[in-house]
Design a protein around this ligand. Structure first.
Ligand code: PMP
Length: 406
């Protein structure tokens, strides 16, 4: 086979469809968020970032920066091994205790990313529970899909947030078979929320474990920031909660929290946990400081929601086609990959605004969009500039206003 020709032709097709992913090379400037420096072809310009998942800007917060610096100063850079072989640090243990407390669970387990947490946990449970069936929401994240596939377990996909469809599937299953229902709380591309309590109740009625990904909710919802399950009073109903340290907490890493036996089982049997070097102690220290800060400052969550509501109001008033979202995620409908790419290129060229287009396979074809993520640090002025820029670009590209509502 001509490997080079194969790779080149595939990449050309991505280019032709406007789906080729170009990295925006950013230089973050501590203390300046949402401003950053954008590097391209040897030039540098100051831009406003509107697509960061550093949702609460904790990645720039002095408390987090100081904790990371202090831990590096005290303990150095790398962890020195896998968790089983010299890589379990006092800060990993403290972080896991904090996460268990946050989610009202017995125990927690930290992974090097949220992706690895999902992939490893679902792969391990699906493969080791005899005859396990995995029920997966149709919009689940790629990391859950990967874990489910790699487990080799029977996979059943229920229509997004469709309780009736989930029940239809569970009803015909053998009651004795182990089952897991895997779903998310906040869906990251549409900004909608699942009925956590109802899904958990349904799962339990049919003898299944409820596995909830709160990656886009931890830190941001609930009185202490434990996620939508906390907000909805459903913490006790979720059997296994999964989250990230990379978004609202502004660092990197992922975790699960659950019963002591569940966590111990994944710790003892999960390849992605056992055979990989643990996260640097300084990352664990920074994440710990971030969680403690975010948990103790509910006003951050209030401000975050207020900023999102204000942005939605300003976009709607300008006739821009925002898609329905009940969360901090603000998708603006374009409906075409090439146009979405052109729109974001123009936002950068003309207005020094950085937004990344969202294309297939992240979202279905024909629903390509711009995904805006306001943070507590986006001011009214940032928002007004963004709205004006979008109006300019919508006019240039002949995009329709209020397309999403049509
Ligand atoms: N779950 C969901 C729903 C996600 O959107 C993501 C990443 N964007 C992950 C898991 C993976 O988390 P991480 O970025 O920490 O690997």
């Amino acid at each position: 086979m001509d490997y080079e020709a194969f790779f080149a032709s595939h990449l050309r097709r991505l280019h032709d469809e406007g789906r080729y992913r170009v990295f925006a090379e950013l230089e973050r400037v501590a203390g300046a968020f949402p401003r950053a420096r954008f590097h391209q072809d040897g030039t540098v310009r100051d831009v406003t970032v509107w697509c960061s998942n550093d949702y609460l800007a904790m990645g720039q917060h002095p408390v987090v920066i100081e904790a990371m610096q202090a831990a590096i100063g005290a303990q150095g850079s790398g962890a020195g091994g896998t968790r089983n072989i010299s890589g379990t640090n006092t800060l990993h243990v403290a972080l896991e205790r904090e996460l268990a407390k946050l989610h009202d669970k017995d125990a927690a387990l930290v992974f090097t990313s949220g992706y690895v947490a999902n992939e490893t946990t679902l792969q391990t449970l699906g493969a080791m529970l005899p005859g396990c069936e995995l029920y997966s929401d149709a919009f689940n994240h790629a990391s859950m899909i990967a874990g489910i596939r790699h487990s080799g377990a029977v996979r059943k996909i229920f229509r997004h947030n469709d309780l009736a469809h989930l029940e239809e599937l569970l009803k015909v299953a053998d009651p004795a078979t182990p089952k897991i229902v895997a779903f998310e709380s906040v869906y990251s591309m549409d900004g909608d929320i699942s009925p956590i309590e109802e899904i958990c109740d349904l799962a339990h009625r049919y003898g299944a474990l409820a596995y909830l990904d709160e990656v886009h909710a931890v830190g941001m919802y609930g009185a202490r920031g434990a996620g939508v399950a906390e907000r909805d009073g459903a913490l006790g109903k979720v059997d296994i909660v999964q989250g990230t340290l990379a978004k609202a907490f502004g660092v990197v890493g992922g975790y699960i929290a659950s019963t002591a036996a569940t966590v111990d089982f994944v710790r003892s049997c999960g390849s992605g946990f056992i055979f990989s070097t643990s996260m640097p102690p300084a990352i664990a220290g920074a994440a710990l400081a971030s969680i403690r800060h975010v948990t103790a400052h509910p006003e951050l969550r209030v401000r975050h929601q207020e900023r999102a509501a204000t942005l939605k109001r300003k976009l709607a008033a300008a006739g821009l086609p925002i898609m329905p979202s009940v969360t901090h995620i603000v998708p603006v409908f374009v409906g075409d990959a090439a146009l979405a790419k052109q729109a974001t290129d123009l936002l950068m060229e003309r207005h020094s605004i950085y937004v990344q287009p969202i294309n297939y396979p992240t979202v279905p074809r024909g629903t390509e969009r711009l995904r805006l993520t306001p943070t507590p640090l986006h001011s009214d002025d940032h928002m007004e500039r963004l709205v004006e820029a979008l109006q300019d670009i919508w006019q240039t590209l002949g995009l329709s206003l209020r397309a999403a509502a049509e």
